[in-house]
Design a protein. Structure first.
Length: 161
């Protein structure tokens, strides 16, 4: 796996909680497939999108939907979800019992680990899968969430269901 130097820097290491996964995220096969397909379609640019499901009793992701990445200048290593896309999905889900429970994005030719920029834009209680895509092929996908004091990302254990 290709790992740029910055992923070994103190700023990057400081935002990872190394204590190991403590919470579980359940994931449907179609949601996994949608994230992988979005990452491949946009390579070498970053893909991003929303996770849809429920979080009544732990996270259950049953759908992932790609949303336009508005960051055109740095689309290879930054993403900015189209707010209109977010609002449309949010509106569509109103009253259905399903909701937006996370945001996925891809890291072209980089590890599936969050960056300090990812931390700045992360929301509490959301699930953040990162798809590592190297030479156009999905290499890894890791799931993260903010820890209690929101200073770091902690890894989640994924159960396929
Ligand atoms: Zn990122």
């Amino acid at each position: 796996m290709h790992e740029p130097e910055r992923f070994k820097s103190p700023e990057y290491l400081a935002i990872l909680d190394e204590t190991g996964p403590s919470e579980v995220c359940r994931l449907s096969p179609s949601a996994l497939n949608s994230m992988q397909e979005a990452a491949k379609k946009y390579y070498p640019l970053e893909a991003c999108g929303l996770l849809i499901g429920t979080c009544n009793n732990g996270w259950q992701v049953d759908e992932a939907r790609q949303i336009e990445n508005l960051n055109k200048e740095r689309a290879a290593d930054r993403f900015q979800l189209d707010p209109a896309g977010y609002r449309n999905v949010d509106r569509e889900l109103r009253g259905t019992g399903r909701e937006i429970i996370g945001v996925f994005h891809s890291h072209p030719d980089c590890p599936a680990k969050p960056s300090p920029t990812d931390l700045e834009s992360a929301w509490e209680g959301f699930v953040y899968p990162i798809v590592s895509i190297c030479d156009g092929e999905v290499a890894d996908i890791l799931f993260w969430t903010l820890n209690r004091d929101r200073s770091r990302f902690q890894p989640l254990l994924v159960k396929h269901s």
